[in-house]
Design a protein around this ligand. Structure first.
Ligand SMILES: NC(=O)C1=CN([C@@H]2O[C@H](COP(=O)(O)OP(=O)(O)OC[C@H]3O[C@@H](n4cnc5c(N)ncnc54)[C@H](O)[C@@H]3O)[C@@H](O)[C@H]2O)C=CC1
Length: 497
């Protein structure tokens, strides 16, 4: 893997006109080393990760900037979560401007980003000196995370008002994503492999927000200012220098990845809704036509913005494998307080134009093996499972695929007809519907009754609780962790990448 090239601050201190972090003028593109969306990602094993926290003063000039009411209290942001956010690194879900919550629920959620790679903080004895200093500051600010967050954004918008339009009008649930992403990345700075992949995705994904290399120093200054204020009890020059180096590393990876991506893909795609089918009062299957080719892999997901809620992005999995006509489909469930999901289910119509971010996620089919696939899809989490089944079919493989499709009630099995049609066409496919009300048990428990599964690769997609208990259940019945894949869900991520 490419080692990120970093440029440390000149003097290791924050503040000062040019900023303490200076990205290279010419970001490295590393074209040969970064797989494009169509080059295939191996699914990563699931693993809990650690969780970060947040929080910001004006350090540079020594002048404290009181948080303006807008950032700190502006409220009313969408509370929804659409698709589970795949991604790893815990909360790193989205660093920059906005918004992608992830968790499948449509995931009006989201990091996305994502199969969750196992990211856990290395034992203290293995941690680098910088990591130890970073974590020391983190433990200091964790109890006052909300204050740090408010202060950070207040400072950012006061010092750099030109950045405000890149964030959603109402920050609320979105507001701490950038900061959380940064802090989580910093905390896991020693987990190079996972972190680099994650940050590259993050850098690519931030292109749709209009993020430019020159924005990173602004964010870094405010981050350091916030940390130094709320970790004042332990803050010193060494700690600040460690944060500067860490943030510089993080920034440079993101900047380089974005620069490389610029050479081969647009920052976003426009897509026209071509069909909108209400399958239940709350679930719609939506098909869109991107304005230009959109390469992706079955099992991946994307971020999606509607015209009704500009700059609010939510994650949804592709519900079909790549099609020859280039159309993409999504399963969207309207969730309470879900601005985007409700707009997509109840307001969107054919002819409406939405925007799509780049494809992300590593819960994809590994075609280098012929192991069987054990797939658990809960609710709208069936979307990427269906795409993966189609993917196996298109590869002409004859590997066994066993799908368990869980839903609360019979009516909630909105895509069972499609799955049963696939089963009829493919003898290697078995589909079992598990209805909580009838089975008196939830999806993960039902899977235990079948098997043995020790020769299978497992894929899970659904609500966070299902992922968590599903991973536990599968481990208990003998599937090694490295053969269990899912796109991490926000909560999962938050609870412990
Ligand atoms: N729309 C999309 O593209 C995708 C959505 N998702 C996520 O899938 C979820 C779907 O939500 P709903 O359809 O409302 O599903 P749901 O909440 O009705 O759950 C579906 C099934 O999952 C199982 N389940 C739920 N909670 C569980 C728990 N705590 N422990 C064990 N099993 C549990 C049950 O069998 C349940 O019937 C959302 O969280 C969404 O973010 C995930 C991937 C893609």
């Amino acid at each position: 893997m490419d080692a990120p090239t970093t440029t440390s601050a000149d003097n290791g201190t924050s503040g000062g006109g040019g900023g303490w972090f200076t990205p290279r003028n010419k970001p490295t593109t590393n074209q040969g080393s970064e797989p494009g969306p169509d080059e295939g990602h191996r699914p990563d094993a699931t693993g809990p990760a650690g969780r970060p926290t947040n929080g910001p003063e004006a350090r540079s000039g020594g002048t404290a900037v009181p948080p303006p009411s807008t950032a700190g209290s502006a409220s009313t942001g969408p509370a929804e979560q659409e698709r589970p956010s795949p991604h790893a690194i815990s909360t790193l879900t989205s660093m920059a401007p906005p918004a992608e919550p992830r968790v499948p629920d449509q995931r009006e959620a989201p990091t996305p980003s994502p199969s969750t790679p196992p990211v856990s903080a290395p034992p203290a004895e293995e941690a680098s000196p910088d990591a130890l200093l970073v974590r020391r500051a983190m433990s200091e600010v964790t109890p006052v995370a909300d204050k740090v967050t408010s202060y950070f954004y207040a400072l950012l918008f006061v010092r750099h008002p030109d950045l405000r339009p890149m964030f959603p009008p109402a920050m609320d649930t979105q507001r701490d994503r950038l900061l959380r992403a940064l802090l989580t990345a910093a905390e896991h700075i020693d987990n190079t492999d996972v972190l680099v992949d994650y940050l590259r995705n993050l850098g690519r994904g931030h292109r749709k927000y209009g993020t430019r290399p020159e924005h990173y120093p602004a964010v870094g200054e405010c981050l350091i200012a916030a940390l130094s204020k709320y970790a004042a009890g332990v803050w010193n020059e060494d700690m600040e220098a460690a944060w500067v180096r860490t943030y510089t590393t993080i920034s440079q990876i993101m900047i380089d990845a974005a620069a490389a991506d610029e050479l081969r893909a647009p920052a976003w795609w426009y897509a026209e809704i071509v069909t909108h089918e209400l399958r239940t009062p709350d679930v719609a299957v939506i098909t869109v036509r991107p304005d230009q080719p959109y390469p992706f892999l079955a099992g991946q997901y994307t971020s999606l913005e509607t015209p009704w809620w500009p700059r609010i992005w939510r994650h949804y999995s592709f519900a079909s494998a790549p099609r020859s006509d280039g159309l993409l489909s999504f399963h969207v469930k309207a969730v309470p307080a879900g601005w985007v999901s409700n707009a997509l289910v109840h307001r969107a119509r054919p002819g409406d134009i939405i925007r799509l971010g780049p494809p992300v996620g590593s819960m994809t089919v590994d075609h280098t093996t012929d192991s069987g696939l054990l797939c658990l899809g809960g609710g709208t989490g069936i979307a990427p499972i269906k795409a993966m089944v189609e993917d196996v079919a298109e590869h002409g493989e004859r590997r066994p695929v066993e799908v368990f499709y869980g839903a609360r009630t019979d009516q909630d099995l909105y895509d069972i007809d499609t799955m049963l049609r696939l089963q009829q066409s493919h003898p290697w496919l078995s589909v079992r519907a598990i209805i909580d009300q009838l089975a008196h048990q939830q999806l993960p428990d039902a899977v235990r009754a079948y098997g043995p599964w020790n020769e299978y690769d497992a894929y899970l997609s659904g609500p966070p609780g299902m992922i968590r208990s599903g991973v536990d259940a599968l481990r208990e019945i003998g599937i090694p962790s490295e053969r269990i894949r899912h796109d991490s869900v926000t909560e999962l991520i938050a609870n412990g990448l």
